[in-house]
Design a protein around this ligand. Structure first.
Ligand SMILES: *Cc1c(COP(=O)(O)O)cnc(C)c1O
Length: 382
């Protein structure tokens, strides 16, 4: 079987309908039905999405969404359904399973926002990952984000899979922070995987997209049916940008992961060069035995740092040359974000860092200079 890097480039070759090396962007919303009347039954019974190369209406699927789904399916070994964003993928997950109880930990704030909508509308009960799982029953969901936002630290997928399955619940894993080739949640018992493809899969901060990945063809078909009705399919241009993005995913993520761990270790071992730095959060600093199995290649390219004060956190980004001060993560450009700006529940002294593909030495030097400059400026404010 071809490896990840090969599949990211060639995984959809068999369904591209033209000889173009770069598949065209198919902007058509509608596709001519088969001109042979004897073939029309198949299309009309809505089994249509099973017939690749035979699109019908782009809210159901279109050639570009099928290309991205096929390539990512080959890499992940599951059935992939693409969405217009990571949050619309989570919304689809909640709509399909419609749990009575959701066990959910810290993590991406928008996901909690969706859970709160379900609590408001349907009385969904939410419990934490530490609560008693006796409260879960068949059809309920344990939703684990690992590595978790914003810290980039890990939870043991197998442990939560076992605990969920013992109650007849399913385990969904938001693996956005550790895309392939870093982590395969299916290997440790996850039932369904979520990715915000806006982040590493896209990789260039220029598209919104999300995936649900399941081992079950039946669930995939049901999700496609729901997606058709909810109107949350990924758009044509976004699919095309994503097809381009994933061609380099393997290369990018390996480098970003390596650079992130190197920077984290430098920070951790040279704290005196970073005045104002109080704490670093990253999976590479965790020592639990399961980590090496769960992340055999490397850690998330995202980590967080805590600094001495809110005002230091506010000034530090302005001193960096190569880290844009912006939200989001996973792109080729390094980003830093004072989390308080986008997540009202965040620790006001916390900054999240997403490492891009720039040279390690430049990023490190930038950090060293920025801490010293921020320290001086913050002192002058007093
Ligand atoms: C960004 C993100 C999401 C939401 O994805 P969008 O594509 O922005 O809707 C969900 N989970 C995690 C961990 C994320 O980082």
């Amino acid at each position: 079987m071809p490896g990840n890097a090969t599949n990211f480039i060639h995984g959809a070759d068999d369904i591209v309908r033209v000889p173009d090396v770069v598949p065209p962007i198919n902007i058509s919303t509608t596709y001519r039905y088969n001109s042979d009347p004897s073939q029309l039954v198949k299309v009309a019974d809505r089994g249509g999405y099973e017939i690749l190369n035979n699109p019908w209406y782009s809210r159901l699927s279109h050639p570009n969404s099928e290309q991205i789904e096929n390539a990512v399916a080959k890499v992940t070994g599951g059935y992939v359904v693409a969405y217009s964003s990571g949050l619309s993928a989570f919304f689809a997950l909640m709509t399909y399973y419609n749990p009575k109880v959701l066990s959910i930990g810290n993590g991406y704030h928008g996901v909690h926002g969706i859970a709160n909508i379900f609590t408001r509308n349907n009385g969904l009960k939410q419990i934490s990952l530490d609560d008693d799982f006796e409260q879960l029953n068949e059809g309920d969901i344990v939703h684990l984000e690992t590595p978790v936002n914003p810290e980039g630290i890990n939870f043991n997928i197998k442990e939560f899979a076992d605990k969920a399955h013992a109650r007849g619940a399913i385990l969904s894993v938001d693996a956005t922070f550790a895309p392939p080739p870093l982590q395969d949640p299916f290997k440790f018992g996850a039932d369904i995987i979520l990715h915000s493809a806006t982040k590493f899969f896209g990789g260039h901060s220029d598209l919104l997209a999300g995936f649900l990945i399941t081992k079950s063809k039946e669930i995939r078909d049901a999700l496609l049916n729901d997606r058709l009705l909810l109107g949350t399919n990924i758009a044509n241009l976004e699919s095309s940008l994503l097809i381009r993005g994933i061609r380099t995913l393997d290369l990018r993520v390996r480098k970003q992961s390596e650079t992130a761990s190197k920077i984290v270790h430098y920070l951790e071992n040279n704290k005196s060069k970073f005045p104002g730095l109080t704490k670093i959060y990253h999976g590479s600093l965790q020592t639990d035995a399961y980590i090496k199995e769960q992340l055999p290649i490397g850690h998330s390219p995202v980590f967080s740092i805590e600094v001495e004060s809110e005002v230091f956190a506010k000034y530090l980004p302005s001193k960096l040359k190569y880290f844009y001060h912006a939200t989001s993560l996973g792109g080729v450009e390094s980003l830093i974000e004072w989390r308080a700006l986008s997540d009202p529940s965040a620790n006001p002294a916390l900054l999240r860092v997403s490492i891009g593909v720039e040279d390690y030495e430049d990023l490190l030097e930038d950090f060293i200079e920025a801490f010293t400059a921020a320290k001086l400026e913050v002192a002058s404010l007093k």
